[in-house]
Design a protein around this ligand. Sequence first.
Ligand SMILES: [Zn+2]
Length: 279
Amino acid sequence: MPRAAAIRLAGLFLALAGCWAAMTQQQAPPPLEIEKVAEDLYNISGSGGNVAVYVTGEGVILVDDKFPQNVDEILSKVKSVSDRPVRYILNTHQHPDHTGGNEKLLATAEIFAHENARRNMVDKKQPGLPRVTFSDELQLHLGGKEVRAKYLGRGHTNGDAVIYFPALKVVHTGDLFVRGAPFIDYSSGGSAIEWTKTIDEILKMDFSTVIPGHGQISRKEDLVAFRKSFETMRTRMSELRASGKTAEEAGKLLRVDDLGWKPGPLFDRSLPGLYNEVR
Ligand SMILES: [Zn+2]
């Protein structure tokens, strides 16, 4: 083969290899990471909602379980901090990035959720229905440790559970608190008016560390700041509506970048419902 042709062929091969690498990198899900939050409590981040891992001598309690494709990696992360099996899973709400692992994990673990979260899963024909529901509060005791799931009112959906680790003064808020723009899921009974009241109920609890539904481990002050931003956003929408703007105009004019929020498609989806609600 002439040298020039060989070089061209090698170049083509490298280009194809580059394409293939780019394609496979694109398809590979982001790797999950586990970090310590408090004694025997860890958080798995990286895809879907934050998964809390509470290690006890009698087994592991999880809060949420991301997407179906994350289950094996979640279990291997759990293995890196405990040789015990996952016994219980608490779902903070029904969205598939928090309950996607349910279907697989139901074979070996018991799953709990608020009654409205389970009803939403039934309505939306989601797989992996929790076998046990609660209305106001659920207390789990395992290996001498306690976890509570509390229903404190509507917000992100109508079935948001706040998970409390009393010995550690840590809460997992689900998507009632995220590090970014909120999603008010009106199709699942969410409410912007009730949301801040629900946060006020959370703030009455005795805790200092917060695992948000998405984003980095936070402090109680961060939840206070999120509540303030949320209220500012809601007041602005209310003023836009009162000034005679249509829903579409108000959605375009509503400013949130100064609150540190980058509005995405889920925030945008919340806007018509928000406009209706603040009348
Ligand atoms: Zn959600």
